[in-house]
Design a protein. Sequence first.
Length: 254
Amino acid sequence: MFIDSHAHLTDPKIICDFDRVRADYLNANVGLVIDVGCSLKSSVDVMGNADRYREIYFSAGCHPDVAGEVNDTAIEKLRELSRHPKCLAIGEIGLDYYYEGFDREVQKSAFIKQLDLAVTLDMPVIVHSRDAWQDTVNILKEYAPKLKKGFLMHCYSGSREIAEILLKLGAYFSFGGALTFKNSKKSEVVKALPMDRILVETDCPFMAPVPHRGKVNEPKYVPIVYEFLAGVYGVSVSQIESQIELNFNKFFNM
């Protein structure tokens, strides 16, 4: 069985053809998907998918792009969503300084408030970080000892050196379609990480793997990433499958 540890199944590019998307990933032996919340609205929507479909679980959180909506009311709503039996984590949360116009302090405040919530709930965290590595590392150095269930660096795009710092803090790392891109240097990062800290994702509908790059990404493509990882580590796909399942169950306390 393949696992997609990070998907956005309520995205308009997916939901418009959801029955076909679901049938395709089930036929591809993708037996478990985490539908990830990235705003209050999407966190409610992904809970709905988890209620309807046996193989879908979800996480609840506010992406840094919507950091401004993270107030006390939002935190209480996330707390309420976290009580659902199929809510596995708080996320995706974090920092993103890629696009112009971001407010660094607002993002950091939203990240910290949601980390505090995860500590209170004793839940794992799914972390998004892009072009914000120093602040991300500084905050996680403070919170890692308090996050007893750990944290997952979703779609990890940082350097090998930063990965080694985060690894010592207890991080898990998830990789998706970008790992297969021709000019990607992620393989060198992966080689520096132990297999028992790795998860696999699509982040659909974004970043479809080669040979589907440029298309809408779907969970049915996650086996391609498994195959690529097997090549990086020099093991069989079945070995990667077994290890990812163990990692997933350990991290998400399944």
